[in-house]
Ligand binder design. Structure first.
Ligand code: MSP
Length: 520
């Protein structure tokens, strides 16, 4: 991508039936890092997140809590979902709620267009429904449980809860008509669905044949009314997927829509099918461009299972950030897990990586270098030609990290950057600036070592700014960087020359954690 291009990236919108856990936060952080990276490259970037508030799941939760679904959603959004963004330091450009008037209005416009163009018909539906997934299920998606509370019943493989049998008059979207167009899309744009494991699953799913999709419900009324029949509300997924276009002006602000759309969607692999099959079919029917890409990331596992509140394995993000801080949260999940694969969370692994990589690897490097410049040069950054080998590592790390981001390989971007952390630590150990400082005859050598080290730190501050937002801001101030750290061109991080002087760091970037981590 050329700098200045539009880069519109979205997170899934989150169900407000419960409070966030670290699985939700993981999706947010990954999307935020990609957005920050593109912003720092000068792209016309827009990060959208929000909440999914209609449907039976929310309605039932509200009723169980003796309140209305709107009041329930309002409370959860304000007390849990918006605060999550501050907890993990998300820089979103917009927050959409499916109960926003702008959304409801544009959904109505979209639906009416599909109806007028003959893509919708009324019919009879009979089938299995999982309220947890808010999805109609095929037998393949279900299993019989041998024991436990639901012994002998058919349960959803994802939620482990019994499904319901629905029989209703519904409106249907002629999704089957788009089978070939979808297969052509996957063939012509091989990176439309990523990673390959998710792509393969999607291609084989669509190759097996597509059914039409029931897109309305009449047995309850918590949803957007179908414009031509107000005894029906729009199926929650049909409503939810549209947030990606209603938030950027679909149907009401053409200039904004043209500027932003199409988007890159970051989603968990469990909801990739909705995004890579139903959603592009809906867009095709409306004559709109399909998304630029759908990336399905893996699950955070606890005890080998997908973490979830309903299975009581959920961990709240602030349980981690209260002790380790938001930078460590962001770094840990993105560096320890290959983006696109499942990963297990453990407190031990988090603590060990915090100590080894952030505190000892990066934080200590910054403290030592700044302290030495302060002590030996009174804070004035020595002016000397930096070491060519280290400079080459910095250039390689910058290029490799930027390439990795284009391939959604966030963990690779971090490991490429860590090559520079390790190279700088090795360089300092080998050159022993504290020994050079003892002999005035070595002054020139000392200047080169510290000029090189400071230059490397500047590169690291710029390259790590999308992930370690707070530590790099601190480091940048201490290095005397001009302008905001997140405005430094990230594709030229290695060119940073900095100076003229450092000021001592206010404490360390990653303090020692004395407190016991909460028990698992
Ligand atoms: N409301 C729908 C999405 C609609 S998008 C038009 C939804 N919401 S959700 O709150 O259940 O999930 C939101 C996201 O969190 C999904 O991408 C899901 O994959 C992700 N995660 C939920 N549990 C997770 C883990 N244990 N690990 C990683 N991500 C997980 O689905």
């Amino acid at each position: 991508m050329a700098a200045g291009d539009s880069f519109y990236i979205t997170t899934p919108i989150f169900y407000v039936n419960d409070v966030p856990h670290i699985g939700h936060a993981y999706t947010e952080v990954a999307s935020d890092v990609l957005a920050r990276w593109h912003r720092q490259r000068g792209d016309d970037t827009w990060l959208l997140t929000g909440t999914d508030e209609h449907g039976q799941k929310i309605l039932r939760t509200a009723v169980a809590n003796d309140t209305s679904p709107q009041a329930w959603a309002d409370t959860l959004v304000e007390s849990a979902w918006k605060p999550l963004l501050a907890t993990i330091d998300i820089h979103n450009d917009d927050f959409i709620r499916t109960t926003d008037e702008r959304h409801e209005k544009a959904v109505t416009i979209f639906l009416q267009k599909l109806y007028d163009d003959g893509h919708i018909y009324s019919g009879e539906y009979e089938g299995y429904y999982c309220v947890g997934c808010e999805e109609y299920k095929q037998l393949d998606d279900l299993m019989e449980t041998p024991d436990g509370d639901y012994a002998g019943q058919l349960v959803c493989k994802i939620h482990g809860r019994p499904i319901e049998i629905l029989k209703e008059k519904n409106y249907f979207f002629r999704m089957s008509a788009f089978q070939q167009q979808l297969l052509d899309l996957y063939a012509n744009q091989p990176d439309f669905v990523q990673p390959a494991s998710v792509r393969n699953e999607i291609v084989s799913f669509v190759s097996a044949g597509l059914n039409d999709l029931s897109i309305s419900r009449s047995s309850f009324d918590w949803g957007i009314k179908v414009p031509w029949d107000d005894s029906h509300v729009v199926y929650v997924w049909f409503d939810a997927l549209l947030n990606y276009v209603t938030a950027v002006g679909y149907g009401v602000d053409d200039a904004q829509f043209q500027r932003r759309w199409p988007a890159v969607h970051i989603v968990g692999k469990d909801i990739a099918r909705f995004h890579a099959v139903i959603w592009p079919a809906m867009l095709m029917a409306a004559g709109l461009e399909v998304p630029r890409a759908v990336f399905g990331h893996g699950w955070l596992l606890v005890g080998g299972e997908k973490m979830s509140k309903s299975k009581l394995t959920g961990i709240a993000p602030n349980e981690i950030t209260d002790t380790f801080g938001s930078d460590a949260f962001r770094y840990y999940f993105l560096s320890a897990i290959t983006f696109g694969q499942d990963g297990s969370f453990s407190w031990e692994d988090l603590s060990a990586r915090y100590q080894a990589e952030l505190a000892n690897g990066f934080g200590n490097l910054a403290s030592r270098v700044i302290a030495m410049v302060t002590r030996y040069f009174d804070g004035a950054i020595p002016v000397a030609e930096p070491d060519a080998a280290i400079l080459a590592v910095a250039k390689k790390a910058t290029d490799a990290a930027n390439r990795a981001i284009d391939a959604f390989a966030i963990n690779e971007a971090l490991s490429a950057t860590w090559q520079l952390v390790d190279a700088l630590n090795g360089y300092i150990t080998e050159r022993e600036p504290w020994a050079l400082a003892k002999d005035p005859a070595d002054r020139g050598k000392l200047e080169v070592v510290l000029a090189t080290a400071v230059r490397g730190l500047g590169t690291l501050a710029v390259l790590l700014s999308p992930v370690l937002t707070k530590a790099t801001e601190k480091l940048w101030a201490s290095l005397g960087g001009t302008g905001a750290i997140d405005a430094q061109p990230i594709d030229r991080a290695w060119e940073w020359t900095g100076g003229p002087s450092v000021t001592p760091l206010d404490g360390t970037l990653f303090p020692r954690i004395e407190a016991e981590a909460p028990a698992e």
